[in-house]
Every structure is written in structure tokens, then in C-alpha cells.
Design a protein around this ligand. Structure first.
Ligand code: ZN
Ligand code: FE
Length: 260
């Protein structure tokens, strides 16, 4: 069985990830914020929806749920316990196994709060569907989670095997790399990543998934123990910072207040 993961673009810059295989017409999607592009792709390719995976409650990730359930009532809908999400058929939490029998894959649920208080990610086969927790060269903003939670969640993600491919939910890479260059202006890895991302975007291609190895080289939010990143964060904060959580929080505030 050959599993393939394909982006379905939605809105301005969202990716709804489609999991499909050559062996079955049943497929799965992650974070369908809009039903229409999903319906169009599945009907165009002769696919049926067997499962929906939700990472968090924001509208650009769940907005298509009701219509997709009407179209494919048999689809299982996995997501975190959160009363802001309606239409789940199975609530999942840290450590749970999401078994997708049609696709012959198992995904482990990771609790990764911070962007929101109930955000989860799905991990399996060296692939991480991370919603708005980690982006290529960046991370989500803190909405109803806390800076400490997001720092811990990113720490946890960064300890996964370096070949892990991260399927982020947005195409924010070039903008994020611009901030990465503010933080580490001397970085050759950041300069190379900007050149590579510009080339992909000129060709109309997505810059994600990204690998954890690449993220560890360029993403300032995963580099909070690097001396150059700590020094940059301290310059922004105008005070010494003790520990990676403080460095992370300063970086996140710096990007929120000055860059975005
Ligand atoms: Zn979000
Ligand atoms: Fe989002």
C-alpha cells in the first residue's frame, strides 16, 4: 500500500492535508476549514471520506465539518475534547491511537497546547500533523493557551526524530523566515532556506511539509538554547533571560509586536 499526503489549498494560505492510498477509495483529511475544496478534490478523484482529523477549534480548521459530514455521513471525526468543536464522533487525547483501517495507518495523539488550550497533533510513520502549533520557520500565536505551554509543546516536538516531516496547516514560511533573519542575521541556513522557499513559491509549490532537521537549523522558536538566539531575545527584552521558556516568550512577543 502506498500512502500519499497531498495539500488541498483553502482560503488564503491554509492547507487541508489529504491522506490517500492507491488501494482504497477511502481517504482522510486533516483540519478541513472549508468543505468546498475538499468535496471538489474528492469527487474529482473518485474518493470517499473515511475520516476527519481535527487539531484545534479555530474556524479555519473546522469550518467545513458539518458539510463534509452531510456529504459523507459514515466518516469518523477525531478531535480534542472541547465544547467549541461540534461534530466529533471520537474524542481523543494524549497517548490515544487513531487507527485508520482503510489507509492501514496508526497515528498517536500528542497534546500540544499553547496556540489554543486544547490543541493536539497526530504522529505516525515519521509524519506529524501539527495544525497551528509549529509552522515552517515559525510557530502559532498564543491565543487561549499560554506561552509556557507553547514553549513546552515545541520542546517536545523538537525531540522527535529529526527525519519527522511536519505537515503544518498554513503557508507562512517566507514571512516566518523574514523574522528568522531578524533573529539570526548571520545565519547561512536561514539565507539558504529563504532562497529555497522563494524558488518553490515562484513555481506555485508549497514549502511544506518541512522536516524537523530543517526546522532545528532555522526556526528561532526551536533554537531557544542557541547563544545567538538567546542574545537576540535579550536585546529585544532589554534584560537578561533565564531559560528557554523566557527566551521563547520574548521571541514570540517580539514577532507579535514588531514583525507581524
Ligand atoms: Zn489556529
Ligand atoms: Fe489556522
Amino acid at each position: 500500500m502506498h500512502l500519499s499526503i497531498e495539500p488541498i489549498p483553502a482560503f488564503e494560505d491554509n492547507y487541508i492535508w489529504l491522506l490517500r492510498s492507491t488501494e482504497t477509495e477511502f481517504c482522510a483529511v486533516v483540519d478541513p476549514g472549508d468543505a468546498q475544496p475538499v468535496i471538489a478534490r474528492l469527487q474529482g478523484d473518485g474518493l470517499r471520506l473515511g475520516a476527519i482529523l481535527i487539531t484545534h477549534h479555530h474556524g479555519d480548521h473546522i469550518g467545513g465539518l458539518a458539510e463534509l459530514r452531510q456529504t459523507w455521513p459514515e466518516a469518523e471525526v477525531f478531535g480534542p475534547e472541547d465544547r467549541r468543536i461540534t461534530g466529533l464522533t471520537r474524542v481523543v487525547a494524549e497517548g490515544d491511537d487513531v487507527h485508520l483501517p482503510d489507509l492501514e495507518i496508526d497515528l498517536e495523539v500528542l497534546a500540544v497546547p499553547g496556540h489554543t488550550s486544547t490543541h493536539i497533533a497526530y504522529l505516525g510513520d515519521d509524519r506529524l500533523f501539527c495544525g497551528d502549533t509549529l509552522f515552517a520557520a515559525g510557530c502559532g500565536r498564543v491565543f487561549d493557551g499560554t506561552f509556557e505551554q507553547l514553549a513546552d509543546s515545541l520542546q517536545r516536538i523538537s525531540s522527535l526524530p529529526s527525519q519527522t516531516r511536519c505537515y503544518c496547516a498554513h503557508e507562512y514560511t517566507l514571512a516566518n523566515l523574514g523574522f528568522a533573519r531578524w533573529v539570526e542575521p548571520q545565519s547561512g541556513a536561514v539565507a539558504a532556506a529563504i532562497a529555497a522557499a522563494e524558488q518553490l513559491r515562484e513555481q506555485g509549490r508549497p514549502t511544506v511539509p518541512t522536516t524537523l532537521a530543517d526546522e532545528l537549523a532555522v526556526n528561532p522558536f526551536l533554537r531557544t538554547s542557541e547563544p545567538a538566539v538567546m542574545a537576540a531575545a535579550e536585546r529585544f527584552a532589554s534584560r537578561p533571560l533565564a531559560g528557554t521558556t523566557q527566551v521563547f516568550s520574548a521571541l514570540r512577543r517580539w514577532k507579535d509586536e514588531r514583525y507581524d
